[in-house]
Design a protein around this ligand. Structure first.
Ligand code: TQI
Ligand code: ZN
Length: 173
């Protein structure tokens, strides 16, 4: 079953904006993949998500960082922590830049920024959808199939919201 954060934090408005850290200069593939994650949650809630070019004004700020990056929670290099996101109303959405991120285009895994195929590939879309759940106020689920389950099976993409995720988010919004 799903869990919501203590105190039931949630967004008080329905139209939310997100923006990518300009210095990251992310490719369109990365941006589209993360945007697709937002649209999955948008489809099952009254919330709407729109990309804005104004990073400073965006409700949700998305960035890729290595190690210490000023949010009080350092990244740890390859594997371990992959990403983290804060409960409402923070909107901090951080990815560990040291991971071997993989973006799928259609059925094919796209190439990644790090090159060597020895590194464990981490599916950007799977992680993004999970983190957006946190951004919206969901904690972890004990339902193994749920997007909000706290483990990703190696190499398995998990990009469809399950009933448990939908029940969880609909209890909040
Ligand atoms: N990052 C952790 C996570 O998002 C951070 C975290 C730990 C956390 N405990 C939390 C966030 C409690 C909110 C509330 O779960 S992670 C997965 C997994 C991670 C893990 O990098 O370990 C995914 C990020 F385990 F589900 F696969 C994304 Cl999908
Ligand atoms: Zn999590």
């Amino acid at each position: 079953c799903y869990e919501i954060f203590e105190g039931r934090p949630r967004w008080k408005k329905r139209a939310l904006t997100f923006a990518f850290l300009p210095q990251n200069k992310l490719s369109d593939n990365y941006k589209k993949t993360i945007a697709r994650g937002f649209s999955k949650w948008q489809a099952v809630t009254p919330l709407s998500f729109r990309e804005t070019g104004s990073y400073s004004k965006a409700d949700i700020k998305i960035g890729f960082y290595s190690g210490e990056h000023g949010c009080g929670h350092a990244f740890d290099g390859v594997l371990g922590e992959l990403a983290h996101a804060y409960a409402p109303p923070f909107g901090w959405f951080h990815f560990d830049n040291d991971e071997n991120w993989v973006v799928h285009q259609g059925d094919q895994p796209g190439h990644n920024s790090k090159g060597p195929t020895m590194l464990t590939a981490i599916d950007l879309e799977s992680v993004a959808i999970h983190e957006i759940g946190h951004l919206l106020g969901l904690g972890h689920s004990v339902d193994r199939n749920a997007i909000m389950f706290p483990t990703l099976t190696n190499g398995v993409r998990k990009i469809e919201l399950q009933k448990d995720d939908v029940d969880g988010i609909q209890s909040l919004y």
